[in-house]
Ligand binder design. Structure first.
Ligand code: SF4
Ligand code: SF4
Length: 257
């Protein structure tokens, strides 16, 4: 796979940082529709935001990257993320197996475990649970009640979706501090990876810029515990070639049927 850096002003598709959310009590019931889902979450996104505590584990499955989203002040904010599939067109995540579901099981990202719920910061800075109404599993009639009659959260939803989200939310600040440090030292570049005629543009940690840093700065990164993560990030780019192979193979099979 060829990898080349491209000029930083090269336009890169900006993905929405946030989806529409609603308070938990706005919908009454929920169940995952599984294989019957007409709009599976495993088909929706090319990238998923991740947290620093899961980054090393996920680097053995996914190319780690960064997602850019416009903030209200018009700036491009970067978040830590993974690539789920190599193209933006709507197709399945590389790890979705037909008729079986996710091949990663408990190793799947927290973004997947918590969907369609997540934690957001309230007005007072407190973490609060919300839901993403775009999931077709919400209904007034069928599924698990989200809130029980005493106002507490259904334990099934709490344990399967909200608990992973709450644990992860505690590391959101640490995750962003890692990205901000990389930005501060100008270590993030846009790269173009090409394999079998397919080009994938993505944000990467630039190994050349890393090696060019003064020793003192690299010592600062090491002292913060970032070096292992940075190296895992750089090495995780190898998954992209496999992802492209799987994507092209699936596409060829779709064209035959
Ligand atoms: S969580 Fe929602 S969007 Fe994802 S597969 Fe289940 S019903 Fe579909
Ligand atoms: S990692 Fe698994 S759960 Fe997450 S999008 Fe991919 S197939 Fe779906």
């Amino acid at each position: 796979m060829e990898e080349q850096r491209i000029p930083p002003d090269q336009p890169l598709k900006v993905q929405p940082l946030k989806e529409e959310i609603e308070p938990l009590d706005s919908r009454k019931k929920w169940s995952c529709l599984g294989a019957a889902c007409s709009d599976s979450c495993c088909f929706r996104f090319q990238q998923a935001n991740i947290f620093i505590d899961e980054a090393l584990r996920l680097a053995s499955h996914f190319p780690l990257t960064f997602n850019a989203a416009n903030s209200p002040d018009g700036k491009n904010n970067l978040t830590l993320s993974i690539i789920l599939r190599p193209t933006v067109e709507k197709n399945a995540c590389t790890y979705l197996r037909e008729g079986e579901g996710c091949a990663l099981g408990e190793d799947r990202p927290i973004a997947c475990k918590q969907f369609p719920f997540c934690m957001v910061k309230g007005d007072e800075g407190e973490q609060k649970a919300v839901l993403k109404p775009s999931c077709p599993g919400f209904s007034d009639e069928s599924g698990e009640p989200i809130l029980l009659s005493d106002g507490s959260t259904n334990p099934v939803i709490y344990n399967e979706c909200l608990k992973p989200a709450m644990i992860a939310a505690e590391t959101a600040g640490e995750t962003q501090a890692f990205v901000d440090t990389l930005v501060k030292y100008d270590l993030i570049s846009i790269a173009c990876c090409e394999s079998k005629g397919l080009k994938v543009y993505l944000y990467i940690i630039d190994a050349q810029k890393l090696h060019a840093l003064p020793k003192d700065t690299r010592d600062v990164l090491r002292a913060k515990g970032y070096m292992d993560l940075i190296l895992a990030h750089i090495n995780s780019a190898v998954h992209l070639r496999d992802f492209i192979d799987i994507y092209l193979d699936r596409k060829a099979r779709q064209e035959v049927t």
